[in-house]
Design a protein around this ligand. Sequence first.
Ligand code: UDP
Ligand code: MG
Length: 248
Amino acid sequence: MSKKPQSAKPRPAISAVLPAYNEEACLGEVTESLHKALGKVCERFEIIIVDDGSTDSTPQLADALAGDHAEVRVIHHRPNRGYGAALRSGFTSAQMPLVFYMDADGQFDPQEIRLLTDGIRQADIVTGYRANRRDPWMRKFFSWGFKTLIGLVFGVRVRDCDCAFKLYRRKVFNEITIASEGFFVDAEVLAKANVLGYRIDEVPVTHRPRAGGESTVRLSHILSTLREAWRLLRHPGLPVRETKPQQN
Ligand code: UDP
Ligand code: MG
């Protein structure tokens, strides 16, 4: 008697967003390894590089990568608009049912996207948390303070709110409008998703030192991030889910 064929797990379709500001040292390698990782995991995928007004050779490099791979396309910002604006451009042009993003600086391992695709089966957002974060102690300290604040003020209780390795169901972005231009974007999306009752799960991911180039994060970003948090608190602009009228 012939064996019943085992039902294979359906493979996901993913739009991957790579925000890149002056990442000529890392973008090529990161895009190639992400392309390889998505090819193994996905049924279909696209990679959207958002060149956020770079002044080095990132724009040309991004265009060359799009020329090499049919799945890669590029959005150019002129001039630089900030991390939140870069993610918003990528997220709003995403075509696939799942939307992933990671930074273009080589700090994450694209192969670990499997951890997110496994997790998204029972969640709407799966966020990585850096089990062993490879950043200077000052960054870790400020992140800890920020995370604690976001937990207290917006009720977002995740281990690592600004971990740049997340997978979302695209419907999240149909309901949420991103207002942040800067580094508050991660917290804003999680805060709004939380209000809408979306399920947010977490998985531990590997974190490495930057592969090249340099971080854009400065002390002044603490102030601008807090300003964006204050704006959300004052004018939440939280989207409201349509409720069906009660039938009597
Ligand atoms: N980035 C961007 N626009 C900006 C600043 C940063 O698109 O105005 C990108 C940057 O190229 C990187 C990611 O956002 O891929 C995170 O930035 P960064 O590495 O400076 O932050 P860190 O990793 O130090 O938190
Ligand atoms: Mg980084």
